[in-house]
Design a protein around this ligand. Structure first.
Ligand code: THU
Length: 143
């Protein structure tokens, strides 16, 4: 188990808040940012990118994962996710959707991968992937 240091968590959370500002959300106005940490300390950010054909929308978490995987990354330790309506002042805890949890399960260890849900740099909830996606369907399920 790789325990993240407090400073690493803060940096990841700060990155998620910066990524949230990049959101493209003309339809819902709900702006999400994600920051994904690799085992060797790199951070990949993502935002949600909406589409007039709503089903073509990509969530912030998947933008971060797909950017990282494209760059050759396969080993991830944690993700921070933040979101709020464009006009809201305060952030609420923003849990990842089911599709994004499934994408996490493709690449991340259920017991090790940490999911941080911040409202601010100091106030965040923390879960393992297994807590948010128990009994997941993975490659092993098909053996
Ligand atoms: N959204 C995310 O980016 N991540 C989630 O896990 C939940 C939902 C986005 C998709 C859409 O652009 C907006 O939030 C409203 O659903």
């Amino acid at each position: 188990m790789h325990a993240l240091k407090a400073e690493q968590k803060k940096e990841l959370i700060r990155s998620a808040f910066l990524a949230q500002k990049r959101a493209y959300t003309p339809y819902s106005g709900f702006q999400v940012g994600a920051a994904l940490l690799t085992r060797d300390g790199k951070i990949y950010e993502g935002c949600n990118i909406e589409n007039a054909s709503f089903g073509a929308t990509n969530c912030a978490e998947r933008t971060a994962f797909f950017r990282a995987v494209y760059e050759g990354e396969r080993d991830f330790l944690a993700i921070a996710i933040v979101g709020k309506p464009e006009r809201a002042q305060e952030f609420q805890y923003c849990a990842p959707c089911g599709i994004c949890r499934q994408v996490m399960a493709e690449f991340c260890s259920p017991k090790e991968f940490q999911i941080l849900l911040p409202r601010s740099e100091e106030d965040y909830k923390e879960y393992t992937l297994e807590e948010l996606l128990p009994l997941s369907f993975t490659e092993d399920s098909m053996k």
